[in-house]
Design a protein around this ligand. Structure first.
Ligand SMILES: Cc1cc2nc3c(=O)[nH]c(=O)nc-3n(C[C@H](O)[C@H](O)[C@H](O)COP(=O)(O)O)c2cc1C
Length: 192
């Protein structure tokens, strides 16, 4: 079975990420859980690591942020990004990390995927959430990257800001996520 999936995935032809593949990791993170997962992934894949930021950041207040996100989801309005990626063409693999927001892909990541053309590239989503899962976010990534090869994503429980639980990626949880990330990367072909 491992062999069958290796054949389907061009990245695994040699059982490792070919050295000439250029990797970009773009992540959105408010309370740094997704950032911590991005850093764990980055240690294993290398490449460029970029935080996705808006020109006008969301409010510090959680409730105000939830309300703003709800409005943006309703209207489809996408805030302009502060982050710019220098020549996206040069990357073969783009990993995109984000929290679940209102059971959806957060508007800034929708903005990123609409702004940058990832056609022909391998796209790999990863996520943290408060325990309710990825919602529609991975599906939306596929919809917004119709000409990309979207690989199986990774998701783990992060904080619960609503209940005042912010950063959790430390101690045993951090170790557990390091192992889970390694297993997932092996499964999708990023073996080093
Ligand atoms: C505006 C907003 C909406 C959220 N909506 C959800 C949700 O629908 N489901 C869920 O499981 N977690 C939800 N969360 C919790 C985050 O997904 C979770 O805390 C995540 O780990 C935060 O990642 P970060 O530390 O990288 O910002 C929401 C958080 C925010 C700020």
């Amino acid at each position: 079975e491992a062999l069958a999936s290796e054949k389907e995935n061009p990245l695994t032809e040699k059982g490792e990420l070919p050295k000439d593949k250029k990797v970009l990791i773009v992540y959105l993170s408010r309370t740094k859980n997704t950032k911590a997962v991005a850093e764990i992934i980055h240690k294993k894949t290398g490449g460029d690591l970029v935080a996705l930021e808006l020109k006008t950041p969301y409010p510090a207040d959680y409730k105000k942020t939830v309300d703003q996100v709800a409005r943006e989801n309703e209207t489809g309005f996408l805030q302009p990004l502060k982050t710019t990626i220098d020549s996206i063409e040069k990357y073969d693999v783009v990993l995109i990390g984000f929290p679940t927001w209102s059971m959806q892909l957060p508007p800034p990541m929708k903005s990123f995927l609409k702004q940058y053309d990832l056609s022909g590239k391998t796209v790999v989503p990863f996520n943290t959430n408060a325990g309710y899962g990825v919602g529609s976010s991975f599906e939306t990534v596929k919809q917004l990257c119709p000409k990309s090869k979207v690989l199986e994503g990774f998701s783990t429980k992060g904080g619960i800001e609503r209940d005042g639980i912010l950063f959790v990626m430390q101690g045993d949880k951090e170790k557990q996520v390091q192992i889970a990330v390694q297993n997932w990367l092996n499964k999708i072909g990023f073996v080093k």
